[in-house]
Design a protein around this ligand. Structure first.
Ligand SMILES: [Zn+2]
Length: 76
């Protein structure tokens, strides 16, 4: 995994599990989020995977984030 390059769909999805388990360093997290909010496909995967792991941090740029209405886990 090359941390210095922009996130791609492959690297984003590969890191998604680590992201949700809070095992990514901050820079890597930011790149992942930056990609997800711009990529409809990864956003779809992300919203499927995250479940309630992430609710408070939904970026305002995200186009179609459906909230479940359930409070999620602790915001990180
Ligand atoms: Zn993508």
């Amino acid at each position: 995994m090359r941390l210095t390059e922009p996130a791609t769909c492959d690297t984003t999805r590969a890191a998604l599990d680590d992201y949700l388990r809070h095992r990514l360093p901050p820079g890597r997290r930011r790149r992942l989020v930056d990609h997800v909010v711009q990529c409809v496909r990864c956003m779809r995967v992300f919203t499927d995977v995250r479940e309630s792991a992430w609710t408070a941090a939904t970026p305002t740029r995200a186009p179609h984030v459906r909230r479940t209405g359930r409070p999620g886990g602790p915001y990180v």
